[in-house]
Design a protein around this ligand. Structure first.
Ligand SMILES: [Fe+2]
Ligand SMILES: [Fe+2]
Length: 367
């Protein structure tokens, strides 16, 4: 681990700041990777110089507070666009927010497969999880109890920050696909069949948007290596087409599969929070760690609640929502039932809260 600092001129423009960031990168060199695995990423635990200059137009003294890899240049993959007339572009779907109690109430959960479709979705997810563990370079002692893979959180050895970041990036890069596929196919179905959709499309598209915000947030902290980029590219190609086919054949099983995927996401983030709490991830617990601006703005993270742990708490609550939504949608009639999560209930009843129902709601509970 190495501590580095870069100071920028007060008057830097976004473009100059980006150039400066690139120019400084070799000087802000770091030590060797703690991972040593082929799936490379370059870590930087605070936003790049350009982002701070754009936001504050002043030296912030925190270009890349510390880094752990042999970084030669760190790019801002998603710089905010600023034109002559546009100051900023706000998110199309503002985050609905969580209370602290809601975030703390999230726990890993698992819905037991009941039908052959559930069983198929669950088994296929086990294969995907094995693949992700393999790509993350997880060793035996870093894994949890195999009998309860989505609820057990105790392992003999913790993962490193680099391993976690690879896991987060890969997970988020594929997690944004199902909502878009399902929303797109339901949209086309509605147009083609001249039928109402009853509120599913917006929830599904918003889910994929939310997943992309997770990815953008992590991309402000690290840069994937070439191998990782190729893996993401290949995975998306296979995954997107597979999901289109799967959703056309059985949307019910596909929603169940996504419910299981989200169980994995909640489990992953719960493990990360636990390992931060146990003091195994010092770089993320450091007082020098700064959450990217994009995350602060999207989740409206309050002052004093902007640690990596806080950020993961927000993301985990999002994943818990996706888990509850997809398991519930899988329980509904795919053609006729309305989306309960955006419905106005009779008698002042409040809509269901998916984050708090890990196994999802049964049809009779919500309709
Ligand atoms: Fe996510
Ligand atoms: Fe998710």
């Amino acid at each position: 681990m190495l501590s580095t600092r870069a100071h920028t001129a007060k008057f830097c423009s976004p473009k100059q700041a980006a150039q400066l960031s690139r120019a400084l990168a070799p000087l802000l060199s770091a030590s060797t990777s703690t991972l040593g695995k082929p799936v490379g990423i370059r870590l930087a635990f605070v936003p790049a110089v350009s982002q701070h200059c754009q936001r504050h137009n002043r030296s912030y003294g925190g270009a890349r507070a510390f880094s752990t890899t042999s970084v030669t240049r760190m790019r801002d993959f998603f710089p905010a666009k600023e034109t002559e007339n546009i100051r900023e572009t706000l998110p199309a779907w503002p985050h609905h927010g969580f209370t602290e109690a809601e975030m703390l109430a999230v726990v890993p959960a698992h819905r037991k497969p009941e039908t052959w479709g559930d069983y198929f979705a669950w088994k296929f997810m086990r294969v995907c999880r094995w693949g992700m563990d393999f790509c993350t370079g997880m060793r035996g002692e870093q894994k949890v109890d195999k009998r309860n893979p989505t609820t057990a959180t105790q392992s003999i050895k913790p993962l490193t920050e680099s391993q976690w970041m690879i896991r987060f990036l890969f997970l988020e890069s594929i997690a944004g696909v199902p909502g878009m596929v399902a929303g797109m196919l339901r949209h086309l179905h509605s147009l083609r069949r001249l039928k109402r959709d009853n509120g599913w499309i917006e929830t599904l598209l918003e889910e994929s948007y939310n997943e992309r915000m997770h990815l953008l947030t992590f991309m402000k902290m690290c840069e994937p290596g070439l191998f990782m980029k190729l893996m993401i590219l290949g995975a998306q190609g296979v995954y997107f087409n597979g999901l289109v086919l799967s959703y056309l054949i059985s949307p019910k099983i596909t929603h169940r599969f996504v419910g299981y995927l989200e169980e994995e996401a909640v489990h992953t983030y719960t493990m990360a929070i636990k390992q931060i709490d146990d003091g195994h991830l010092p770089k993320w617990s450091s007082s020098e760690f700064v959450v990217p601006d994009i995350a602060v703005k999207y989740w409206h993270m309050p002052e004093g609640k902007r640690t990596m742990r806080d950020l993961i708490m927000y993301i985990r609550a999002d994943e818990a929502c996706h888990r509850g939504v997809n398991h519930t949608l899988s329980n509904l009639d795919q053609k006729e039932d309305p989306n309960p999560f955006v419905s106005d209930y009779k008698g002042g009843r409040v809509p269901p809260r998916p984050a708090l129902k890990g196994e999802g709601y049964e049809r009779e509970e919500v309709l």
